[in-house]
Design a protein around this ligand. Structure first.
Ligand code: NCD
Length: 311
């Protein structure tokens, strides 16, 4: 049985397969509407979510399956002190597959050790968010037609932003990808990513606190919010929260075919005036999240027509 805990759990071939399947579903959704009949997805969300939980649920419903779950730790037995290991043992007999979001790094890994069903990490603390990465990759691949030869700017909270960490880990596997890492000094990427991923693999990158002057070089701009819930004190959050604002004026410096992505939720970092710019694709990106999660559920359950992987 396979789980998805980190984006590196998938080989590049498996990733490409899931993205191709996602594109196929995007084109012909009706061909997939009965594939998961009789199957159940459990969503175990110990942390707030809108898109991730609802897109997982929409994905399973679109495939003809059913969903069950909880959307906060308070409404589950975690509030009584139950461990993740015990919870997943029980859920294994209620559902065929589960998606788990947890504030503690590593909680989905623990769950996968005790689970009898595939566990999908839907975000663990400030660590990883592999299905957001699948969403981001499907968006880039569909809009740009490629995942290599790209200069990607990542802007905002690169320290705590788990979507950034997972996306860097995934993108370094494609050739000729360059990173422009734009953040305040205090919110730079964690050391392990700089040393063990970017430097070890000889990836071209710069770290800067300048958004505007780097705009002309970017093919993708990946904006993120400052992760308030991961700060140790509110003062630091207040000081850093408005470090960057992407507005119509800054968009003037960008290439005509650059795309702006954002995992959402947006707080202040993108002005709503940018929404009508055809290069702003964050709402489209959220929509792609459903298709790629459909592809992932099918493959982890071994219900993909080709059955190439995960047997
Ligand atoms: C992200 C997350 O939860 O890490 N949201 C999401 O899943 N789309 C990004 C964020 O919360 O800032």
């Amino acid at each position: 049985m396979r789980h998805l805990i980190s984006p590196l759990d998938l080989s590049v071939e498996e990733l490409d397969y899931i993205l191709c399947l996602g594109q196929e579903i995007l084109k012909f959704p009706e061909n997939f509407s009965h594939i998961c009949e009789g199957k159940k997805l459990a969503t175990l969300f110990y942390e707030p979510s809108t898109r991730t939980r609802l897109s997982f649920e929409a994905a399973m419903l679109n495939l003809g399956g059913k969903v069950l779950g909880f959307s906060s730790a308070d409404s589950s037995s975690a509030a009584k002190g139950e461990s993740v290991a015990d919870t997943i043992r029980v859920i294994s007999s209620y559902a065929d597959i589960c998606a788990m979001r947890h504030p503690k790094e590593g909680a989905p890994t623990v769950a996968s050790m005790y689970s009898e069903i595939p566990v999908i990490n839907a975000g663990d603390g400030g660590h990883n968010h592999p299905t957001q990465t699948l969403t981001d990759l499907l968006t880039i691949k569909t809009l740009m037609g490629r995942l290599d030869n790209i200069t990607i700017g990542m802007c905002g909270d690169l320290k705590f932003g788990r979507t950034v960490h997972s996306l860097i880990n995934a993108m370094v596997r494609y050739s000729n990808v360059r990173f422009v890492l734009i953040s305040p000094q205090e919110l730079k990427i964690p050391d392990y990513l700089r040393k063990e991923v970017l430097e070890q693999k000889n990836i071209e990158y710069i770290e800067t606190n300048q958004l505007e002057q780097n705009m002309p070089n970017l093919d993708i701009l990946y904006m993120t919010r400052v992760q308030r819930e991961r700060f140790f004190n509110e003062e630091d959050y207040i000081r850093l929260k408005d470090s960057f604002l992407l507005d119509a004026n800054k968009m003037k410096y960008a290439k005509k075919d650059m795309y702006v992505l954002h995992p959402l939720p947006r707080v202040n970092e993108i002005s709503t005036e940018v929404d009508s710019d055809p290069r702003a694709v964050y709402f489209k990106q959220a929509k792609y999240g459903v298709y790629v999660r459909m592809a992932l559920i099918m493959t982890l359950l071994g219900l993909d027509s080709e059955k190439l992987f995960f047997r």
